[in-house]
Design a protein around this ligand. Structure first.
Ligand code: DON
Length: 582
């Protein structure tokens, strides 16, 4: 299923070094006695020269091959990203967008924003029905759902500025996979059977690709060939991103939109730019944190929550203790309340990043947190309850032999995006417009509410939670991580950091440990299976509304040991993913 033959047991003595190197707090949380390799509950994949962790085994192998051939982490990440567009069409994409965090071996950090942009004809109330209510069908499954895609521009910018190999070489594995076909794995078969039937079947272009002539979706073990996608990828290989934004592919996308009432036109595509931004940075118990700035909310709120948590001795409380969960959940409520008010596209609204990530502000919030009693969300800020739905995004992490590290999270938003393939391009279009706040106070598909700062405006980027994150210790990259999960991304990545730093877990343990999540509204503490019922009872007694729900997130992470050894882990919550190296 996963990890194939690449998983290795990591010797306890080595991991012990890692913990010592993490600093005093982590040492306190480490098991006091060494019992040999059995001391670790779960074991990371280990490699010496380079490593890729992604949600799809074939895409991971594409990345490792690029590293082996001498490509750097950016080359490998771009090749993985293009490959995922073929092998993992639920979220891998050319028709969507995302973010790349890069930390070079020399310690330079940068963030590439290739988030979708609202078309020029978009308007504030475009997702309201005649009664003035938000209509999620419009923002999720109609031609209005798609923002102008950024993935091709983002990867081209990354490759040109930070890569070493030509874009055409990085596209070739994806072209081959699309042309020769992929063997459908469990994850794709299941998702086609459930979400594919919901969103792809209605659209003839999409149906023709993902469903067989008998009208049933491709099943596990069957070969899926994507000829039109192969053609589009080849055009980009030959002509560069112009093929997508101004050439034949732009014609197909604009044509599809014009025919079915979408707003995105050739002018929107021609005007699209990927932007390089300065990462959000902070510190946590001596570690440096680098994550995605707006239009993602992820970086700001991860740093904000970590700043709040620094005021508490989580290591002493212990993983899974009611006290630790109480503190983290309360900190999350305050952060998500701020998110709904202040966060939006920084090209349109002034996001108070400094204030939100300041230690003083965090301390003031920490003082309001009561270990014994949960503060009802309604007292923090008013809002409405919202349901959760299933969804899909994907994250991958890459480290090369020089020590360059790349974390990419990109998406079509929900599974297969809008479900619409643009004309003959073979390219699925996103439904990222749903990440705007269609109406103040009305939750989106992730139950997130927002206001003016995230209202729809022409050429604006919808607010995201995607949080590709890199942690450094003593000036060296230490942890590269990220996850899908909509609103749960921020808290999932946060728990990777806290599990690793406060609870002394290795990267596999930090990944596998059960997760929990509070997003202020709805006022519920969502937990995965695996926490002690005693803990959950204690949390209820403190006033938390505990709800056991399906698994959250799919982290793909790499940790670098003091000796430069790479330790990686794919998330056991997803099937068919793989961490591998050489
Ligand atoms: O940008 C965002 O925050 C969302 N569009 C991400 C969607 C997502 O993570 C779905 N996945 N599980």
């Amino acid at each position: 299923m996963k990890k194939l033959g690449t998983a290795r047991r990591v010797s306890w003595s080595l991991m012990a070094c890692l913990f010592i190197w993490q600093g005093g707090e982590a040492l306190a949380a480490s098991p006091p006695v060494s019992y040999g390799v059995e001391a670790d509950t779960f074991h990371p994949v280990k490699a010496q020269h380079g490593m890729v962790a992604s949600v799809d085994a074939t895409a991971t192998q594409v990345g490792v091959e690029i590293l082996r051939q001498g490509g750097n982490a950016v080359d490998a990440a771009v090749a993985v990203g293009f490959a995922l567009a073929v092998t993992h069409p639920q979220a891998g994409n050319l028709g969507g967008g995302g973010f790349m965090m890069l930390r070079t071996a020399s310690g330079r950090t940068t963030a590439i924003d290739f988030r979708e942009m609202a078309p020029g004809k978009a308007s504030r109330d475009m997702f309201l029905d005649a009664q003035g209510n938000a209509d999620s069908k419009l923002s999720l499954t109609s031609p209005l759902a798609s923002g102008t895609p950024g993935t091709v521009a983002g990867f081209a910018l990354a490759a040109q500025k930070y890569g070493t190999l030509p874009l055409s070489k990085l596209l070739q594995p994806a072209i081959d996979l699309a042309r020769k076909g992929i063997v459908v794995n469990d994850a794709l078969a299941d998702d086609l059977n459930v979400y594919g039937k919901e969103v792809l079947l209605n659209h003839p272009n999409s149906k023709a690709i993902f469903f067989k002539t008998d009208g049933t979706p491709y099943k596990k073990g069957e070969r899926l060939i994507q000829r039109n996608l192969a053609h589009s990828l080849s055009l980009i290989a030959q002509q560069g991103p112009k093929a997508f934004y101004q050439g034949e592919i732009a014609d197909e996308i604009a044509g599809e939109m014009a025919q079915h009432g979408g707003l995105m036109g050739k002018a929107d595509l021609a005007a699209y730019r990927a932007v390089e931004r300065q990462p959000v940075s902070g510190t946590y118990r001596g570690y440096e944190v680098f994550s995605m700035p707006p239009p993602s909310s992820g970086g700001i709120h991860i740093v904000q929550i970590l700043n709040i948590l620094e005021n508490f001795d989580l290591a002493k409380m212990g993983f899974g203790s009611a006290d630790a969960m109480q503190v983290i959940a309360e900190a999350e409520k305050y952060a998500y309340a701020d998110r709904s008010e202040y966060l939006g596209d920084p090209d349109f609204v002034k996001v108070p990043s400094q204030a939100l990530t300041s230690k003083a502000y965090a301390k003031a919030i920490a003082q309001k947190i009561d270990l014994a009693k949960a503060r009802p969300s309604s007292e923090i800020k008013p809002g409405k309850l919202a349901p959760y739905e299933s969804n899909q995004t994907t994250h991958f992490s890459v480290v090369d032999r020089q020590g360059n590290a790349v974390a990419v999270t990109y998406t079509l938003n929900t599974n297969f995006g809008s479900g619409i393939v643009a004309g003959k391009s073979g390219i699925l279009l996103n439904n990222e417009m749903d990440d705007f706040s269609a109406k103040p106070g009305t939750p989106n598909v992730y139950g997130l509410v927002g206001g003016e700062a995230n209202a729809v405006q022409p050429a604006k980027r919808p607010l995201s939670s995607m949080s590709p994150t890199i942690i450094a210790k003593d000036g060296k990259t230490w942890l590269v991580t990220g996850s899908p999960g909509g609103s749960r991304i921020i808290t999932t990545v946060l728990q990777m950091v806290v599990n690793s730093i406060d609870f002394g877990m290795n990267v596999a343990e930090a990944t596998n440990a059960p997760r929990f999540h509070h997003q202020w509204l709805p006022d519920e503490l969502r937990v995965e299976k695996g926490f002690s019922p005693d803990t959950l009872k204690l949390l209820e007694a403190k006033g938390q509304h505990v709800k056991v729900e399906p698994a959250m997130g799919s982290t793909q992470s790499i940790m670098i040991g003091p000796d430069g050894m790479l330790y990686g882990a794919s998330d056991p919550r997803t099937v068919d993913d793989l961490t591998a190296g050489y």
